[in-house]
Design a protein around this ligand. Structure first.
Ligand code: LR7
Ligand code: MN
Length: 583
C-alpha cells in the first residue's frame, strides 16, 4: 500500500511537470522559428494590443519576400498609368459620361482591366521582408452607380497584386445602384473569379457608411480592407498594410493615396518628393494633410517605415475585423457620406488603438470633379447640412466641451441642427473606458493647434447686409483668391454666412476676407493665425480695416466692394449683421 501511494505521488508530479512544460516548450520552439499562426493566436488572445518583437518586418539587401520578380511592362492605352485621350469623334460621348459619373467612363472602357501602372513607391520599399503568415484579408468595396469598368479594374488590381494565400475574399457591396450594367452583367462577370469575389446588394439605399458596416458584418477574413470603387492598388500594396496589424491588432493602417485623373485616367504619384504627410483637420471638421512632425519622424529608423497619424481621408484602410466590430463599426446614426473618417479615428485613438500611414503601400484613387450622385431619400435635408449633422454627432460624442466650442464657432448653424440620439455612442465610450479628447490632442494630434489654433469667439455672425443696396456680401461660391460681391439676401447662410471674431478676423467658413487697393477678396487664412484687421462699430455700422484705416463700402458705379475713406453718413458704408434663421 505504502509503495503504490509513493509511486502514484511521483507519477502525478511527473505528469504535472510535463503538463506545465509542454506549453512553455511549445511557445519557446515556435517563437524561435518566428511566430506561427497558433503561437500568434495564443499571443493575441493574451495580449491584445501588445507588441510582438519578432513580427517586425526587416529591411534586407535583396528583393523583399512579397516583391514580384518581374516588372509588368506592356503596350496599349493607359499602360504604365499613362494618360489616354479620346479620338475627336468620341470626345462628346466621353464628356457626357463625365457628367453622369464624375469621371470619363468612355476612356476607362478603352483601358485594360489589368493595365499596368508605374510603381510609385520609395525605392527602399522593395527591400522589406514581411511575415509570411499575414492575417487573411477581406477586401470590401462598396459602390453606388459606379462605372462598370472602373469598378472591375479595382477588383482586377486587387486580385493581380495581392498574395493569393493572404487575400481571403473580395466583397462587393452594392448600395442600391440602378445602372443596368451593374445588375446581371456584374453577377455573371464575377463568376470568373471562382468564388473569390462575392457580391451582396442592399435592398434600399443605405449610404456608404452603413454599407461599409454591413460589409464588415458579412466578411469572414481576420482583417478587412476598405477601398473605394474607383481605385487601382499598386505593386505589393497589401503586406505592408497588414504587417502593423499583425504586430498589434489595434492598429488601423492607411495606404498613401495616389491620384488617378478623372478625365484621362493618368496615374499620378502624390508627395513624390519623399516627404511624408499625415491626416489632420481644422475646426469646421474639414480634412487636411500636414507634413509629419519631427517628433514622429524621429521615432522611425527608415524613411519608408509607417508613421502615426491623427486621422485619414476615409476611404482606404485596413483594420482587424473584430477590433472594428468591438468599436461598434461606424456609428449607425451617421448618414450617407462624410465625417465617418473622424468618428473612426477618434474612436480608435481614444479607445486604445492607433492609426499608422504606410508609405510602402500605394493605392491610386480617382478624384472626381464633382459628386455625381445625390443622397436620395436619405437626404431630407440638403447635402451641406447632412454632412454637418454627421460632424455634430461626431464632435458631440468625442470632443471635450472646450473643443466643441471651436466647432460651433466655425459652423455657427450647427448648434441648431438635430443630430439624433447619441446615447449609444456615449455608452460605448464609457464601456470601453476611452480617453479624453485632450489626451488625443496632447499625444496624437499635437500638430493640429499649430496650424489651426483655438478659435476666438464670434462677436457677430450671420449675413452682412448693406444699407445702401439692401444686398448681402456673398462669396459667389468662388475659390480664393478672388473678389467677392453682393447678392440679394437669401437668409440661408451658405455663401452669405459671415463671421467676425474677437480677434478681428472676418471670414466665410474656413476662408478669410481681406481688403486692399484692388478690392475686397476671399483669401486663404494664414495658417496658424486666427486674427484679422477688421473692426465693426455698432453705433456707426461701419466696418473698419485697421491697417489701411479705411472702411468697407460698396461702389454704386463700379458695383464692386472696396476699401474707401470712412464716411459714417454714406449708406453704402453702413453694414448690419443679420441673424440667419436655422431651418
Ligand atoms: O451613398 C453612397 N453609397 C456608396 O456606396 C455613396 C457612395 N458610395 C460609395 C461610392 O461608390 C464609393 O465607392 O462609397 C465610396 C466612396 O464614395 P466617393 O468616392 O463618392 O467618396 P469620395 O472619394 O469623394 O470621398 C471621401 O470621403 C468619403 C466620405 O467621408 C469616403 O470616406 C470616401 O471613401 C473618401 N475617399 C477617400 O478617402 C479617397 C481618397 C481621398 C479623398 C478625399
Ligand atoms: Mn472616392
Amino acid at each position: 500500500m505504502r509503495i503504490t501511494n509513493l509511486r502514484r505521488g511521483r507519477i502525478i508530479k511527473i505528469i504535472a511537470c510535463v503538463l506545465i512544460l509542454i506549453p512553455i516548450l511549445y511557445v519557446i520552439l515556435t517563437w524561435s522559428e518566428g511566430p506561427t499562426k497558433k503561437a500568434r493566436e495564443i499571443y493575441n488572445a493574451k495580449f491584445i494590443g501588445a507588441k510582438k518583437i519578432n513580427a517586425v518586418p526587416v529591411l534586407i539587401e535583396g528583393l523583399g519576400n512579397f516583391e514580384p520578380d518581374t516588372v509588368d511592362i506592356r503596350e496599349g492605352p493607359g499602360e504604365g498609368g499613362k494618360a489616354y485621350n479620346l479620338p475627336e469623334d468620341e470626345q462628346n460621348r466621353g464628356s457626357e459620361s463625365e457628367m453622369e459619373y464624375g469621371m470619363n467612363i468612355v476612356v476607362s472602357d478603352k483601358l485594360s482591366l489589368d493595365r499596368s501602372i508605374r510603381d510609385t513607391r520609395l525605392p527602399e520599399c522593395k527591400h522589406w521582408d514581411y511575415p509570411y503568415d499575414l492575417p487573411k484579408t477581406s477586401v470590401i468595396i462598396v459602390f453606388h452607380n459606379e462605372g462598370f469598368s472602373v469598378l472591375m479594374r479595382t477588383v482586377h488590381s486587387v486580385i493581380n497584386r495581392s498574395p493569393k494565400h493572404v487575400l481571403h475574399e473580395v466583397i462587393l457591396v452594392d448600395d442600391f445602384s440602378d445602372k443596368q450594367d451593374l445588375k446581371d452583367k456584374l453577377d455573371n462577370y464575377i463568376q470568373r473569379f471562382d468564388g473569390k469575389v462575392k457580391l451582396i446588394r442592399n435592398t434600399e439605399r443605405e449610404g456608404l457608411i452603413r454599407t461599409r458596416s454591413r460589409g464588415a458584418q458579412e466578411a469572414t477574413g481576420e482583417v478587412i480592407v476598405y477601398l473605394d470603387a474607383h481605385c487601382e492598388v499598386n505593386t505589393n500594396w497589401l503586406p505592408p498594410l497588414l504587417a502593423p496589424i499583425y504586430r498589434d491588432n489595434t492598429v488601423m493602417t492607411v495606404p498613401v493615396i495616389d491620384g488617378i485623373d478623372h478625365n484621362t485616367f493618368e496615374y499620378r504619384p502624390v508627395y513624390a518628393d519623399g516627404h511624408h504627410y499625415r491626416g489632420i483637420f481644422e475646426w469646421g471638421m474639414l480634412y487636411k494633410e500636414n507634413e509629419v512632425p519631427k517628433r514622429e519622424q524621429k521615432r522611425r529608423k527608415h524613411n519608408s517605415e509607417p508613421y502615426k497619424s491623427p486621422t485619414h481621408a476615409g476611404g482606404l484602410f485596413a483594420i482587424n475585423r473584430e477590433f472594428f466590430l468591438k468599436l461598434g463599426a461606424y456609428d449607425p446614426g451617421l448618414l450617407v457620406w462624410g465625417g465617418e473618417n473622424f468618428e473612426l479615428s477618434f474612436k480608435i485613438w481614444q479607445c486604445g488603438g492607433s492609426i499608422e500611414w504606410v508609405p510602402c503601400s500605394r493605392v491610386g484613387h480617382v478624384y472626381r470633379g464633382f459628386m455625381p450622385y445625390n443622397f436620395g431619400k436619405l437626404a431630407n435635408k440638403k447635402k451641406g447640412p447632412l454632412i454637418t449633422i454627421n460632424y455634430k454627432r461626431v464632435i458631440e460624442t468625442w470632443f471635450d466641451d472646450q473643443y466643441k466650442e471651436y466647432f460651433y464657432t466655425r459652423e455657427p448653424l450647427a448648434r441648431f441642427l438635430d443630430m439624433g440620439d447619441i446615447t449609444e455612442q456615449l455608452a460605448l465610450k464609457e464601456r470601453l473606458q476611452c480617453k479624453s479628447f485632450q489626451w488625443y490632442m496632447d499625444n496624437v494630434a499635437y500638430d493640429v493647434l499649430d496650424k489651426y489654433p483655438q478659435l476666438p469667439e464670434n462677436l457677430y455672425w450671420g449675413e452682412l447686409k448693406n444699407s445702401g443696396t439692401e444686398m448681402c456680401v456673398d462669396n459667389l461660391g468662388k475659390h480664393p483668391p478672388s473678389l467677392i460681391g453682393m447678392q440679394h439676401c437669401h437668409g440661408l447662410g451658405n455663401n452669405q454666412l459671415i463671421r467676425l471674431n474677437a480677434a478681428g478676423q472676418l471670414g466665410f467658413g474656413e476662408r478669410c476676407i481681406e481688403g486692399d487697393s484692388q478690392g475686397i477678396k476671399l483669401a486663404f487664412c494664414r495658417l496658424g493665425t486666427v486674427d484679422g484687421p477688421w473692426q465693426y462699430d455698432e453705433n456707426t455700422s461701419t466696418l473698419l480695416h485697421r491697417t489701411y484705416k479705411k472702411c468697407m463700402g460698396y461702389h454704386p458705379q463700379t458695383k464692386q466692394l472696396a476699401l474707401m475713406p470712412c464716411d459714417i453718413h454714406n449708406a453704402y458704408q453702413s453694414w448690419k449683421f443679420k441673424p440667419i434663421k436655422p431651418r
